[in-house]
Design a binder for this molecule. Structure first.
Ligand code: ADP
Ligand code: MG
Length: 319
């Protein structure tokens, strides 16, 4: 198969194109219209075999995670997903692998309502780079830099399960709890519908990809504020507690990575609005702390809580 045939067969998706997309795959460039009073938001993430996914990960797992990790960044800006490009480096042309990969990618693209509009295909070690494009109302992108003292700190979904699942990679038989953890790692559920309203109440937001403390830390630095986190409030799945114990589950939630949930700050006056939005979109959202002047205080019953797990770092994963 030639590169051209690969693109035609696997990546020229049948998809309902947004009316903003004037030219999709097939020309030298894609062409997009930006609607009035909107701004274009863009981000890129690369997934490398053996670093971001296990070398034996299935094509479906890789496709799912590559798009989710990128869409997650759009959501954290309060942006509506519009389009993405796919640059892939492949060790060989394996039609079965490509078919499974492209089918899952197409299914997830449909789910997030995002169109594949171009890419690049080269030979090399397996690596997938996706760039996403999204739209926000002019001036309404939710940054990391505007958290205010006394804001509530919220997170969507549950935390810590993906981190715990890393240790299950070599395990042959998974029990029901372990299967739930594995799903959290391989098929994280993004708070996509909830995030569409983020700009209406959030002062700052970030997606939790490196762990709550590490990612909240970015908001604190850029907003020049501090935070107090209530360990008792951390959202933990039953499976995680069953699997690890409450204490270890809390540590995993604070330090873990790969959760792809949203952490955002909002003025207290928006509590009712936020809860209405969680009901409308069937999204779990939990208040886990409060923004203060400085420091990052992790407290259990008002006492400092010792952190024993390290946050995610590249080149330092026990794969
Ligand atoms: P060029 O030589 O101009 O870079 P290519 O042959 O690389 O063109 O790509 C031809 C068309 O196919 C372009 O529109 C490009 O965006 C698209 N394309 C290439 N690889 C992919 C891919 N993996 N997924 C989606 N579109 C792709
Ligand atoms: Mg090219």
């Amino acid at each position: 198969m030639t590169e051209f045939e690969v693109i035609q067969k696997f990546f020229n998706f049948e998809q309902k194109l947004s009316k903003s997309i004037i030219q999709s795959i097939g020309d030298d460039c894609a062409v997009l219209d930006i609607p009035n009073n909107r701004q274009l938001v863009t981000s890129t993430d690369t997934l490398v075999s053996g670093v971001h996914f296990f070398a034996d990960a299935s094509p479906q797992q890789i496709a799912y995670k590559a798009l989710a990790a990128n869409v997650s960044d759009l959501l954290a800006m309060g942006a509506k997903p519009l389009a993405f490009t796919l640059a892939m480096s492949l060790p060989e042309i394996d039609p079965d692998w490509l078919k499974a990969f492209s089918q899952e990618l197409q299914a997830q693209a449909k789910h997030y309502r995002i169109n594949l509009i171009g890419g690049d295909t080269t030979r090399g070690a397996l690596s997938i780079t996706i760039s996403v494009l999204g739209l926000v109302k002019k001036g309404r992108a939710v940054s990391r830099s505007q958290a205010q003292i006394a804001d509530d700190i919220w997170v969507t979904g549950n935390l810590g399960a993906a981190r715990a699942a890393l240790k299950l990679h070599k395990k042959a038989q998974l029990n029901a709890d372990e299967q739930q953890l594995w799903l959290a790692l391989t098929r994280p559920q993004l708070a996509a519908s909830f995030a569409r309203k983020l700009a209406k109440f959030a002062t700052a937001a970030i997606d939790v990809s490196d762990g709550l403390l590490a990612d909240l830390g970015h908001i604190l630095v850029q907003s020049k504020v501090g935070a107090s986190i209530d360990v008792e409030a951390l959202p933990l799945s039953e499976s995680l507690i069953n699997h690890l114990s409450l204490e270890a589950a809390r540590q995993s939630a604070l330090a873990g990575g790969d959760d792809y949930q949203l952490c955002f700050t909002a003025n207290k006056k928006h509590r009712a609005k936020i809860l209405t939005q969680t009901q409308k979109t069937q999204t779990q959202v939990t208040r886990v702390g409060i923004i203060c002047a400085q420091g990052l205080n992790v407290l259990l019953n008002g006492e400092p809580y010792p952190i024993t797990e390290n946050s995610w770092q590249h080149f330092n994963r026990d794969a």
